[in-house]
Design a protein around this ligand. Sequence first.
Ligand code: GLN
Length: 283
Amino acid sequence: MTAATALELLRASPLDALDARVLLTHALGWRRTDLITRGDVPLSDTQIAGFAALEQRRIAGEPIAQITGRREFYGLDFEVTAAVLIPRPDTELLVETALHALDGKQAPLVADLGTGSGAIAIAIAAQRPDACVIATDRSVDALVVAKRNAQRLLAPDRAGGVLDFVEGNWFDALVPLTPRPRFDAIVSNPPYIAAHDPHLSQGDLRFEPASALTDHADGLSALRAIVAGAPAWLKPGAPLWVEHGYDQAAAVRSIFTEHGFRAVASLRDLAGIERITGGTTPP
Ligand code: GLN
């Protein structure tokens, strides 16, 4: 019997067609175009076994991004491990909105609280080489991944300097910094899924760090801490933007208003869901 070809393996795979293609090219070290040029060449037993192993991990539910160790976000190729939230396309809205808020500000100082893989901080830094970006996380393991991503994805000689990664919970992480920073913008995609939300035991979320997904409370506790703390760290008239769950926009707007924020507004993601909320400190 002749050995299977890549195209035959794809046809026989029980996986979703796109997932199968991504895993097969990853297993073989191929580019997508190799499927066209080499797709009908018989593979070696080692190659076939390599793909079968990845296929089994996917069948067991492991996210594609964790199997390949990669996920694209804002046009950048991020390393992803089980220590970080997998960057979501929804979150690109947060980056876009922060960049818009920074328009016209020279060498702005920006904070990303709970940076995880570093996706938000690094995407902003890549678009605004003059920005100085401080990224925090409570998880040391996440910061290791974020630092590797920054090193690989950002020019070492960018005008804003290397990203500053600090360990700690929300604003606690910033307390040791001297001089005390005052930010032109603060952004965060905190854990906002409520403790007993059934989504936590479904799909990719089962494999992502719980601490990046849920506050182990009502879903709003991290958002409350961030909104309450932000005015003391923002320049006058500077914005805070946060991502939240599909049904939390009205509650998050109230929290912003309670803490004296002006121009409080929510924006819709590509699915039409109010996904981020922001406001500015008084001028
Ligand atoms: N957007 C993620 C999800 O619902 C949750 C991310 C978060 O809690 N910050 O899958």
